[in-house]
Design a binder for this molecule. Structure first.
Ligand code: ADP
Ligand code: MG
Length: 710
């Protein structure tokens, strides 16, 4: 045991060596590595993993090259070299022959060096991407080395390709050089790399050991070894993330006691029997049950409530808040926008009707005098429910006894705010985070492994599937006709324009132009039109929104401020302009604003004719499905999980080697294993779990996952 720890310390020391101390790397190269690739130490270089591999065992003949842009490798010699002067600059062309035919190798930069080093009559191995022009193949900027050197290479078959940048390439840091540096690094570390997984785990899956995995990830001996290395390292990465999250969850449950809401009292019961205007769906019932169990457990609840748009999360939130007040506790309900907060306040006030619950609305635009009244009521405990925006977590807001905090549409809040909210009290309230972002369950678990999860997986009955149509903007007149037909039936319509921060000015112009053309097509007084956008004062937004809610206007022209949560059941049509500029989850959110009543609803996506292939996929997905989970899967595939639910800051998903979607199977397995391991040894005290404890300790010290798994 002792000897192992000593090896670990020793290895750590070497790996922490600054990168400039590696043979062959001077200060210039070191700076480039730091700036471009974040490689500061030996350790960083060792864990700088290839993003793909190419097969260097296969050689093509020029007369049988594939007629596409694939990467090929050839053997042959240079016949002649010529420099060509063009308007756009010089280029160097080498005629290359392999006996079957000839082709050109082309360099647009770095000619001098190439020219001086290319020798006729020497046998070369060249590698690069084919380019076909006028039926003739060429290779721009091939990798080139003598056959003699090629044969000496560390690995001849599978060659790692590392992520690189334009700057590195022009400064001469080639793939070959990166490989060389790693080779040098491996040579200079003489002890085997420390094993980080317990024997039980490596045995169970027949994993190769850490040392072998690290060598083969950079210099795979063959395909089997590479697969083995990838599997092991992917598993390891996912396993440690899961382990960390589960430990956090366990510690959280042990440490943080919560208020016990033991009874369901008069308010909840009266509401349930008299006020509730519909039957709850089974999914709503199930979720309320899960939450009630948490609230009675004596531990603080930390739960994520997932439910597609329109699945009825608000009523669940309200009923839980009634339980809180039945038990003598205050609640707060936080929404991401003023419009939404106000709407929650109104609909909740309406539905509570004569039930004796004191509720207030607090937003950025609440007047000073009103604020004072709310503050007094909060502190004296006469206010039961506070609904609002970020304003509810300002330092000046003091509850007498907050027992429950509900956050609506979590993805609009950073993780930081979540923490802030419950740091506010000396005793933490129960926390329920609600989101309509339907992320796959396993993914949710790895993002929010420290939260429990409930899902409303059923829409209220009677909802009709929203019909979604894609139209090019040349078809706008047809869309106008459709709008007027819907209005004739007494329905209301949203027309939404994109708002993207970088081009706010242009977006604003688009919106105003669009608004004007709609006003022309739907003239007053027959038609009334509301407009809401980010540049308006909150007061004016509310006024316009109000008119729409009260059916005084038939059309609501808006930017994405209405994206989240707005509920006007009579609105049957959502028109989305420049739909190709929206992300999938945004489109899904927007569409979720209609289809809230019992009438057939529509969503019309309007785009230009020119569409990128991603944009095509997005629009096609929208017209073929309304299932939020399906849409989320496509979205993840298109965008990657990078900026899911405010996780960008948290770094949880910045994986180096595993892919949270493609390696979903491994993720599940790793989570189960981590769970089982902690069940048997929750503090990881047993000797065989020693490497885990040490690794976890290092995890705390470093931000990046792989910085500690060494
Ligand atoms: P979201 O989950 O998107 O926040 P809401 O809570 O705004 O959804 O609910 C959408 C609409 O469905 C509201 O008009 C709400 O009154 C209604 N609703 C919620 N639950 C039910 C139910 N069980 N039966 C019928 N309508 C419901
Ligand atoms: Mg909602």
């Amino acid at each position: 045991m002792f000897s192992k720890s000593i090896i670990l310390v020793f290895e750590m020391d070497i790996l922490q060596t600054p990168i400039e101390f590696l043979k062959g790397i001077g200060p210039n190269r070191a700076n480039l590595l730091k700036e471009e690739l974040n490689i500061f130490s030996f350790q960083d270089l060792l864990y700088f993993f290839p993003h793909r591999y190419i097969d260097r065992s296969k050689f093509y003949k020029i007369n049988e090259l594939p007629q596409n842009n694939s990467e090929v490798q050839l053997k042959g010699s240079i016949i002649r070299v010529k420099m060509i002067n063009q308007k756009r600059g010089k280029r160097l062309i080498a005629d290359f022959s392999d006996g079957t035919h000839q082709m050109e190798l082309i360099w647009f930069r770095g000619h001098q060096w190439i020219k001086n080093n290319l020798k006729p009559n020497l046998e070369y191995v060249i590698f690069g991407r084919l380019n076909w022009y006028g039926g003739k193949p060429s290779i721009p900027h091939p990798e080139i080395e003598t056959q003699e050197n090629f044969k000496k290479g560390f690995s001849k078959s599978l060659q790692a390709v590392y992520p690189s940048t334009e700057k590195l390439l022009t400064k001469g840091i080639s793939q070959r050089l990166i490989s060389k540096m790693i080779e040098e690094l491996l040579k200079s570390i003489k002890t085997p790399f420390f094993e980080t997984l317990p024997l039980g785990v490596t045995d169970k899956y027949g994993f190769i050991n850490k040392h072998e995995a690290l060598i083969n990830i950079h210099f795979p001996k063959n395909q089997e070894k590479l697969t083995a290395a990838l599997n092991r390292l992917k598993y390891e990465e996912l396993f440690f993330i899961q382990l960390q999250l589960l430990i956090k969850n366990i510690q959280h449950k042990q440490k943080i006691k919560g208020y016990v809401f033991e009874k369901v009292g008069i308010r909840f019961n009266t509401f349930f029997n008299k006020n509730l205007p519909f039957n709850l769906t089974n999914a709503q019932k199930k979720v309320i049950k899960e939450i009630r169990k948490d609230l009675g457990s004596g531990q603080q609840m930390n739960r994520l409530l997932q439910g597609d748009v329109g699945s009825g999360k608000t009523i669940v939130a309200l009923m839980i808040m009634l339980i809180a007040s039945d038990n003598g506790f205050q609640s707060c309900f936080m929404a991401p926008t003023e419009i939404l907060a106000k709407q929650h306040f109104q609909s909740i006030t309406d539905i509570l009707d004569e039930l004796k619950v004191s509720i207030a609305l607090l937003t950025g635009s609440t007047k000073k005098t009103e604020r004072k009244i709310i503050a007094d009521k909060l502190e004296s405990g006469t206010l039961d429910i506070l609904i609002g925006t970020h304003a509810v977590i300002e330092d000046t807001v003091k509850f007498k006894n907050i027992g429950l905090a509900i956050i609506d549409e979590q993805h609009r809040f950073g993780v930081a705010q979540r923490a802030k909210l419950w740091r506010k009290n000396t005793l933490p309230p129960h926390v329920l985070v609600m989101t309509a972002t339907p992320i796959p369950r396993t993914l949710a678990m790895s993002v929010y492994g420290d939260l429990d999860i409930s899902v409303i997986d059923e829409l209220p009955p009677g909802r009709k599937r929203i019909k979604t149509i894609h139209n090019y903007d040349s078809n706008r007149l047809k869309v106008f006709k459709f709008m007027s037909d819907e209005i004739k039936k007494g329905r209301q319509i949203y027309v939404v324009y994109p708002l993207i921060e970088e081009s706010e000015k242009m977006d604003y112009k688009d919106l105003m132009d669009g608004y004007e053309s709609i006003v022309r097509a739907f003239p007053q007084p027959k038609y009334q039109i509301s407009i809401v956008h980010g540049k308006m004062k909150a007061k004016d937004k509310d006024y316009e929104m109000d008119r729409f809610i009260k059916k005084q206007t038939q059309i609501m022209v808006a930017t994405t401020v209405i994206e989240v949560g707005v509920n006007v059941p009579n609105a049957s049509t959502m028109i989305i302009e420049s739909a190709e500029r929206f992300g999938l989850s945004q489109l899904h959110q927007l569409r979720g604003r209609v289809g809230r009543g019992n009438d057939q609803s529509f969503c019309v996506l309007i785009s230009s004719q020119k569409l990128s292939s991603d944009a095509k996929t997005r629009l096609e997905t929208m017209t073929t499905t309304t299932d939020g989970f399906e849409i989320a899967e496509v979205d993840l595939k298109l965008r990657g999980p990078g900026d899911l639910m405010g996780t960008k800051q948290s770094g949880v998903l910045q994986l180096k080697i595993a892919d949270i979607i493609k390696d979903n199977q491994w993720l599940k397995i790793a989570r189960n294993d981590a769970n089982e391991l902690l069940r048997l040894d929750s503090k990881l005290e047993s000797p065989e779990n020693m490497p885990l404890r040490q690794t976890l300790a290092k995890m705390k010290a470093f931000k990046n996952i792989w910085n500690y798994i060494s």
